[in-house]
Unconditional design. Structure first.
Length: 372
């Protein structure tokens, strides 16, 4: 049976990730009418409190799919044009020739050429993503810093360009999505958080998903242990953190069940219409923050499996945590996984992350979850 779930194999794969070095992780897999959920390890290494599959979790850049869907809704309404220059809407933020050359589509698929603002907001990450000379000190210094999104955008716009507008491969940059947040607020007359909540989160019927208003995660959740490539040893808890450093581009809190529900609704045409969904699945090549070249659409990226299987979704990381959610194109097989540590790889002398047993264990979990 193509969509049957092997619970024993999923349990074993989850446990193998824990044994490889993740303090705790949890997941939900859906195959047709069948649902499996599981958890392994601890939510708090001090008390030994176990993780649970229903826990709420910071899901990082998975938020970008929600933001992109909100923008596409406004394209459908006629308030935004995908191939219009961003300077038409936000001339003060992206002025002059650059504003005339960069389109809304380029922001959505990371081909704008705008740099990532992160190393400018976090001074000790100045060499990001070349990490040999970086350190984690800014993570502590800025834990409760309240960033102004316009200031962050200006950092990214003022930084040396990562490429020409529309050029490929593009460069994955949070600057793009903070600009989309500003665009969304301008055309809707409300905050992006309010619009996304009403028109994306609630439309998908999500019960445990929200954009945070403060540094805490409400409800049952795990602590989040950041290793920063072995420079924080033992890894430090950053579950309490002001997420204004990414805002509605990467700050969402959700559950693995809600993530599967969201991507199922999106790919079924219940959040945006079919023509918008087709636009979201038009991909270009983009260099990720890890330095890999990936195919990327409008807030979505594909993962190919055996045969003709193509899964669509997004991954995300925050300080100390990560998540990945993928749904098969026909909607009949889904996976969402959350882990409570991040940047576990040590670096080689050139600054490249070295392989770690967690990487191969997670890859095997994804294979079992998506393909059986």
């Amino acid at each position: 049976m193509r969509d049957s779930l092997d619970s024993a194999a999923l349990d074993a794969a989850l446990e193998d990730v824990r044994r490889a070095g993740v303090p705790g992780l949890f997941a939900e897999v859906r195959g047709g009418e069948h649902v499996w959920s599981g958890a392994a390890g601890t939510a708090d290494v001090t008390t030994g409190r176990p993780v649970d599959a229903g826990m709420r979790h910071r899901v990082g850049s998975i938020t970008k799919t929600f933001t992109a869907a909100a923008v596409l809704q406004q394209v459908e309404s006629g308030r935004i044009r995908l191939d219009a220059p961003v300077g038409r809407y936000l001339p003060e933020l992206v002025p002059g020739e650059r504003g005339a050359a960069i389109t809304v589509r380029m922001l959505l698929n990371h081909t704008s050429g705008l740099a990532e603002y992160l190393p400018y907001a976090y001074p000790s990450l100045k060499a990001f993503p070349v990490l040999t000379d970086t350190g984690p000190q800014s993570l502590d210094d800025l834990r409760f810093e309240r960033f102004d999104p316009v200031d962050l955008i200006r950092m990214g716009v003022a930084a040396p360009a990562a490429g020409a507008p529309g050029g490929t491969p593009g460069l994955y940059s949070n600057t793009n999505y903070l600009l989309l947040v500003q665009l969304l607020e301008q055309v809707t007359g409300t905050t992006a958080a309010q619009y996304i909540t009403r028109n994306v989160i609630e439309r998908a019927g999500l019960r445990d998903t929200a954009l945070p208003t403060g540094p805490h995660v409400d409800g049952p959740h795990s602590r989040l242990y950041e290793a920063w490539f072995g420079m924080i040893d033992p890894p430090r808890d950053y579950s309490v953190y002001d997420m204004s450093w990414v805002g509605p581009s990467a700050s969402l809190i959700s559950t693995v069940s809600d993530l599967n529900r969201f991507y199922g609704a999106l790919l079924a045409g219940k959040i945006v219409d079919r023509s918008s969904l087709a636009q979201m699945r038009r991909t270009v090549q983009v260099v990720s923050q890890e330095g890999r070249t990936i195919d990327y659409g409008l807030g979505l990226h594909p993962m190919e499996g055996p045969g003709q299987d193509v899964f669509w979704g997004h991954g995300g990381t925050v300080w100390g945590g990560g998540a990945l959610a993928m749904t098969r194109a026909d909607g009949k097989r889904q996976m969402a996984v959350a882990v409570n540590t991040q940047r576990w790889n040590r670096l080689d002398p050139s600054g490249r992350p070295q392989p770690h047993p967690i990487d191969s264990a997670l890859a095997e979990l994804y294979r079992v979850a998506m393909h059986g």
